[in-house]
Ligand binder design. Structure first.
Ligand SMILES: [Cu+2]
Length: 155
């Protein structure tokens, strides 16, 4: 099944859409740009780093897939094992109760480029999950391999 929609970005407590310049920037003040991390979607895998340092990070999304893909980024609840969460997802379990509310999502259709990003303040020592929940013939892309963890280093 292909969900008919264009770009969808969902913002929550830990996410924000990269958008217009801030008031400080409009006043001519220089601000350090957050590091950019490009996530790449394939049929059916997500390329992304396994770990990143804490701090504000700009996630972009590109896809070379032959079907639409998305990447959703959510912070795993404290006390939840990232490995067991990934195993559950690969086996088709509902993991929505295992990550904190407030996830961000970038969607991209076949052949599109998306000029949008998710700004995420990665928290020191926390785990995040990157996932595509679109379906391919009734099977979520996540179960086909489009789920991965991201560990934020302690410093
Ligand atoms: Cu996908």
């Amino acid at each position: 099944m292909t969900t008919a929609r264009s770009l969808v970005v969902v913002c929550g407590a830990t996410m924000a859409i990269a958008c217009a310049s801030s008031p400080a920037e409009q006043n001519g003040e220089q601000r350090a740009e957050p590091p950019v991390v490009q996530v790449v979607g394939h049929d059916f895998a997500l390329d992304a780093p396994d770990s990143l340092p804490p701090g504000l990070t700009r996630f972009t999304f590109r896809s070379d897939g032959t079907v639409p893909h998305e990447v959703s980024i959510a912070r795993v609840k404290q006390g939840v094992s990232l490995d067991s969460l990934l195993r559950l997802e690969l086996n088709g379990a509902d993991i929505t109760g295992l990550y904190d509310p407030g996830e961000g999502l970038l969607y991209i259709d076949v052949g599109e480029t998306v000029d949008a990003a998710l700004l995420v303040t990665l928290e020191r020592g926390r785990d995040y999950v990157l996932i595509c929940t679109l379906d391919e013939k009734g099977k979520p892309h996540s179960m086909l391999g489009m789920v991965r963890g991201l560990r934020v280093t302690a410093r």
